[in-house]
Write a protein that binds this ligand. Sequence first.
Ligand code: ATP
Ligand code: MG
Length: 321
Amino acid sequence: MRVAFVGKGGSGKTTLSALFARYTAVRGGPVVAIDADINQHLGMALGVEEGALPRPMGAHLTEIKEYLRGDNPRVSSAAAMVKTTPPGRGSRLLDLKEPADPVHARYAVATPDGPRLMVTGPFAEDDLGVACYHSKVGAVELYLNHLVDGAGEYVVVDMTAGADSFASGLFTRFDLTFLVAEPTRQGVGVYRQYRDYAADFGVPVAVVGNKVHGPRDVEFLREHVGQDLLVCVEHSAAVRAMEQGRPFRLEDLEPANAEALGGLLTHLNAQEKDWARFGRQAVQFHLKNAEAWANRATGEDLAAQIDPDFVFGPTRVSLPR
Ligand SMILES: Nc1ncnc2c1ncn2[C@@H]1O[C@H](COP(=O)(O)OP(=O)(O)OP(=O)(O)O)[C@@H](O)[C@H]1O
Ligand SMILES: [Mg+2]
C-alpha cells in the first residue's frame, strides 16, 4: 500500500510521514519511506545522521531506468525512458518483500525504527511539473510505477508543499493521500482544491489535522473539511523535544498521538487496491507527457512504449490441472 503526505508548507508532512513510517514499521512493515520534498528533512526525522543518508535517486536516474527497463523491447534505451514510461512485458518489477534488487540495495538505507529510507535529492521549484524532463521527483514516479505491492507492505512518501504534486501524474500513484492541515484558515485553504482535483481522478484523500490544541481546533477542522477529517494529531511535546535535538523514541509519543497514527494505519489498510485504475492512469499520464514534451525531448513516439497486454499488479499464474 502506498500513501502520500501532502499539505501546505510547514503543516507537518515530514513529521507525520516519519512518525507514521516508524509506527507502521514497528508493527511489522516492510516500510519504505521516500523523501520527495524540495528540502530534504525526512532522513533527519527518521533519526538518520546527515552522513548516513542514502544515495539520491534523482542523481542516478539513468542507472535506475537501465535496471527497470530490463529487456522490455518497447523501451529502446534508458534515454528514451521518461518518468511516466509504464512497465511492460520484460520490465523489471520491484517487490518490497524481496528488496535485494539493485534499486533497493543501492538507494535505500535502514533507519532506527525499521523503515528503509530513499531520497530524491534536493531539487528546485522549476524541476516540478509536467514540462521538466529532468524532474527528480520523476524517480519516485518510476519507482512506484514498477512496484508491485500488496497488503501489509508500505511505501510512505513525503511530498512537496502545496498543490504542485498535482502538476504530474504522481498523485495518482497512491492508494491513499493524507492531506495534513493545521486548524487555521490557511491550513484548510488548500483542502477544497485538493479534494476536487483528487475526486476527478478517483484518488482517495483523508485529512489529518495537525498541531491541534483542543476541542475548538477539532471543531474548526470539522466545520471546514467535514467527514474527510480522519484523525487529529495534537501539538506534541515529544516532537518538539526531538526538534530541540533530544533523542526521540516512538514510545515517547503521547498516547493520543500514537492512537491517531493507528487511525491512519487502519484507514490505509482498509483501502481497496485498484490496479485497474492504476494501470489506466499510468497510460493516461504517459500519453499526456509524451504529447506535452517527452516525444520532443526523446525524438521518439513514446505512445509506442505502452504494452496493451501488460497486466498491472500481482499476476495470477494459472496452474495446469
Ligand atoms: N504534532 C506536532 N507537534 C509539535 N510540533 C510539530 C508537530 N507537527 C509538526 N511540528 C513542527 O512543525 C514544524 C514543521 O513541520 P514539518 O517540517 O514536518 O512540516 P512540513 O509540512 O514537512 O514542512 P515543509 O513544507 O517545510 O517541508 C517542525 O518544526 C515540526 O517539528
Ligand atoms: Mg517537509
